[in-house]
Write a protein of this length. Structure first.
Length: 144
């Protein structure tokens, strides 16, 4: 490999390596505050953003980069899930991006319309599939 090609590759990959070795997107409890870190931008171009979500009293991180809750609210990726029930919220087995509470089923914080939380389960052999008493789902969408 020529020296100029090595220099080019190093110059192109070094920023990506530095970004990936530093902070990680997710929740952090700092003193009495909960902070959400996220990368704003694409691959190499962008910057880290940090936003204060709430106070840390009663805050529970369920998955650092996904779901969290307080006694009053459920969060996904730093955003409040409107209408959720934090007291009954749980992450589904095999799918860290899916959760449910007594009222609804969620994929990445969005509601899976019509899904029955009491009977909703993820297929253990293929986690892209799930079902409830009424229908089957593929990637969070009802299968006709």
């Amino acid at each position: 490999m020529s020296a100029s090609l090595r220099a080019y590759l190093l110059g192109a990959l070094l920023p990506l390596l530095l970004v990936s070795c530093g902070k990680q997107e997710g929740y952090e409890i700092r003193g009495e505050q909960v902070i959400w870190y996220s990368w704003q931008g694409d691959g190499l171009c962008g910057k880290w953003s940090e936003g204060v979500l709430t106070d840390s009293k009663g805050f529970e991180i369920l998955r650092r980069q996904g779901y969290a809750r307080t006694p009053a609210f459920t969060y996904c990726a730093g955003r409040e899930i409107s209408g959720s029930d934090p007291a009954t919220f749980q992450i589904l087995d095999k799918r860290e991006d899916m959760g449910k509470d007594a009222k609804q089923v969620y994929l990445k914080g969005g509601v899976i319309e019509g899904a029955d939380p009491a009977t909703f389960v993820v297929d253990p052999s293929d986690t892209e599939n799930a079902s409830d008493k009424n229908r089957r789902y593929r990637c969070g969408e009802p299968v006709p």
